[in-house]
Design a binder for this molecule. Sequence first.
Ligand SMILES: [Mg+2]
Length: 235
Amino acid sequence: MTKPSTSPSPADFAHVKEWVFDLDNTLYPHHVNLFSQIDKNMSAFVAELLQLEPDEARALQKRYYHEHGTTLQGLMLNHGISPDAFLERAHAIDYSSLLPHPELGEAIKALPGRKFIFTNGSVPHAEAAARALGILKHFDDIFDIVAADYVPKPAGATYDKFASLHRVDTRHAAMFEDLPRNLKAPKALGMRTVLLVPRNLDDVLMERWETLSDEDDHIDYVTDDLAGFLTGVLG
Ligand SMILES: [Mg+2]
């Protein structure tokens, strides 16, 4: 297969009027390590809920994440927990490592049409992160895991729900994500797809880049620089 391009062709985005962004590790980069705090909180929640040792709790959390798309969905289906306490605990993190990113804000502001955050996290988390980045005001709305009835991406039904709730014509939309599997449904719906990868050629990037295979032909573009990419989209 040909690897996805890293620099945008403006013609490829000329028809796009709806700009859809994942939050974690997409609107802020992987190296900020914000998501690692959430990850730790989720493991701690599982350990306390089920009275497990840290290692066991972490293994179970990862299993639920893989089997159900989010730890939360695994806990709801297997243990009947109510989501509110979990979401609050998961997102009780220190946002101070997120710094204002005026260049990103300007790039998002300049995009023609509506802009959305579409996250498997919560609205309060998305608002806090986007506010810290100084970009919250540029978004029209946030579609979170509560709006998705706790069924996370990559479930097709969740993308359908997002599109119908906000009347998004997916043939005129683009989606930005750091998880390849979360771009499959968008591509099938006719969206332009852009995969965010970590900066520097570290192990994560190598691993992900190298695992792009024939099965990943749903990814149109790959970039490690969202602000630069969005600026390039407008030509
Ligand atoms: Mg993400």
